[in-house]
Design a protein around this ligand. Structure first.
Ligand code: IPE
Ligand code: IPE
Ligand code: MG
Length: 254
């Protein structure tokens, strides 16, 4: 008995084609996962995967500009990632510092605004300075915002927001969802429309958990270092085929 329990999708996501004139997500978040497996598949050390993954941010950022995405938030290091072996953590810290040094001139020249979401506690003072300098130097750029979620955890962000709200002495009656949103790390950013996860898992791993309330989620088995321009277009094409209802019903079904 076909048709009773089987859901017929209106069109297959696998066939989704990117429409440059279609709706473009304003804010895209990316959980850049799979660096380690990418390296292992090539018989390389995990560090080589992280290097390739870091390099890939440029490619995806450039394509995001082409497509017309205005904010790209990339998950670079989670509060949970400190639990990895010390060598790997140190390597990741060096990589982020090195990429700021190597890429900042070019990012600035390309009108990229850099932001950071995450805690500064636990980050070395020199890296803190580099991050603050990158933000300050690019603050007036407006082609795209690259928000780096580094030493970031969604729960930590909510805890930090609550602390700020309490320090301001707000009374319980004054607190709304808007109040919480306004006390997150980068309150001026719109919520993400689309969250992409590479590496095949279907979880948020503490990424933008407050902001992702109504984001469309897209997961691809492709490891992050292999996620290229076509893959990004594919993710946006699938987003364009989604029906975002925000809890409402469609006008045609009233
Ligand atoms: C993502 O790649 C990068 C970070 C979490 C820093 P992983 O290092 O998690 O790669 P896999 O998941 O082990 O393949
Ligand atoms: C998520 O990847 C964090 C980043 C991409 C920075 P993880 O590899 O840490 O996530 P889990 O452990 O698979 O959930
Ligand atoms: Mg991983």
């Amino acid at each position: 008995m076909p048709g009773i329990f089987s859901r017929t999708p209106k069109s297959s996501e696998a066939d989704a084609i990117f429409d440059p004139k279609g709706v473009i997500p304003v804010h895209v978040g990316i959980i850049m996962d799979g660096n380690g497996r990418w390296a292992r598949a090539r018989g390389l050390p995990r560090a080589a995967g992280h290097r390739a993954g870091t390099k890939n941010i440029r490619r995806v950022l450039a394509e995001s500009v082409e497509i017309g995405i205005k904010v790209l938030t990339v998950y670079a290091f989670s509060t949970e990632n400190w639990a990895r072996p010390k060598d790997e953590v140190n390597h990741l810290m060096r990589l982020i510092s090195q990429s700021i040094q190597d890429e900042l001139d070019d990012l600035d020249a390309n009108d990229v605004r850099i932001l950071h979401s995450g805690r500064m506690e636990g980050v070395s003072p020199s890296l803190q300075d580099e991050i603050r300098y990158a933000i300050e130097r690019t603050k007036d750029n407006s082609t795209i915002t690259l928000n780096v979620a580094f030493n970031y955890g969604g729960r930590a962000e909510i805890v930090d927001a609550i602390k700020k709200i309490m320090q301001e002495g707000l009374s319980p009656e004054e607190i709304t969802e808007e109040t919480v949103s306004q006390h997150l790390y980068n309150p001026d950013l719109p919520d993400p429309d689309l969250i992409i996860r590479t590496g095949g898992e279907f979880r948020l791993s503490n990424f933008l958990i407050w902001q992702a309330a109504y984001a469309e989620f897209y997961s691809t088995p492709t490891y992050w270092p292999d996620f290229d321009e076509q893959e990004l277009r594919k993710a946006v094409a699938v987003f364009q085929h989604r029906d975002r209802r925000f809890g409402k019903i469609k006008d045609t079904e009233r």
